[in-house]
Design a protein. Structure first.
Length: 80
């Protein structure tokens, strides 16, 4: 999927995920092990080269010990 064809609110999701991981004290490698992805897949998600669906978003939140509902609310408050 080309980045230009993705809804602009996706940038908010990607930004939130990028902030979540270091706040949880996780490196890309550590998060990749928890999620069962390669390190490069985590990098692609954070740079927007790989699409994030809702189940993956939820797993990412859980891995970072972030309240899913509060996280979704922040996205909505930010205009997603």
């Amino acid at each position: 999927m080309r980045r230009s064809s993705i809804d602009p609110s996706y940038a908010l999701i990607r930004s939130q995920l990028r902030r979540m991981r270091p706040r949880a004290g996780l490196t890309q490698v550590e998060l990749s092990l928890v999620l069962g992805f390669s390190h490069s897949e985590i990098s692609k998600i954070e740079t927007g080269e790989r699409y994030v669906d809702m189940p993956l978003y939820f797993r990412w939140c859980r891995a970072c010990e972030v309240d899913i509902m509060a996280s979704v609310q922040r996205l909505l408050d930010d205009g997603a």
